[in-house]
Design a protein around this ligand. Structure first.
Ligand code: 5GP
Length: 179
């Protein structure tokens, strides 16, 4: 275990098993609806999760990435800046957004609004983690890997000062590292 990690919250095995379940659920739901989602990962945190979950989605999907940042000082739902946009138009498309974690929900709410404004037909969200206690805007991911308590976590895409994204598990960061 990495020395900055207090404890492992979700192991690699648990993540992969959950990706199998979520992938099967997503496949079934989209097949029922007769749709194929355009799978959009939010950089950089979603990368390891996206790489795992797409292996378990049995549909002819395409993947793409967006990089967004919140404007400094934004306290309520505000605008986002798009640092990297999608490769093609989303007009009429069903989007499956892939996130690492839903915390306050502000990022997702804004990305969803932006995609709908650009003409997406439908936006659904799959998130590896969810911290429901921290939510300040009304948004829920349709598919959630694990609900976790309000602790700062790293690994499997999640960083602290851009590091630790490559840990193969979700761990709680030791308080002494950031206090
Ligand atoms: P939201 O807009 O939902 O508040 O923020 C979501 C973003 O905040 C995530 O994509 C992630 O980058 C960051 N975030 C929220 N909670 C954590 C956490 O516990 N650990 C890390 N590393 N990032 C977090």
């Amino acid at each position: 275990m990495n020395e900055v990690v207090e404890k492992v919250l979700v192991s690699q095995e648990e993540i992969i098993n959950r990706c199998v379940e979520l992938g099967a659920q997503i496949t079934e739901d989209y097949k029922k609806a007769g749709e194929v989602p355009y799978v959009v990962g939010l950089l950089k945190g979603s990368v390891p999760f996206l790489a795992e979950i797409i292996k378990h989605i049995d549909l002819d999907i395409q993947i793409d990435f967006m990089d967004v940042s919140s404007y400094e000082g934004t306290k309520s739902v505000g605008d986002i800046r798009i640092d990297k946009d999608l490769d093609c138009s989303v007009q009429g498309m069903s989007i499956l957004l892939v996130e690492d974690i839903v915390d306050t929900g502000r990022t997702l709410k804004e990305v969803e609004r932006t995609l709908l404004n650009k003409g997406a037909k439908d936006v659904k969200v799959v998130s590896l983690l969810d911290k429901p206690d921290r939510r300040v805007v009304d948004i829920e991911a349709e598919y959630v890997g694990f609900k976790i308590p309000n602790e700062f976590v790293i690994g499997y895409g999640l960083d602290y000062n851009q590091k630790y994204r490559n840990l193969p598990y979700i761990g709680v960061l030791k308080r002494e590292i950031y206090e």
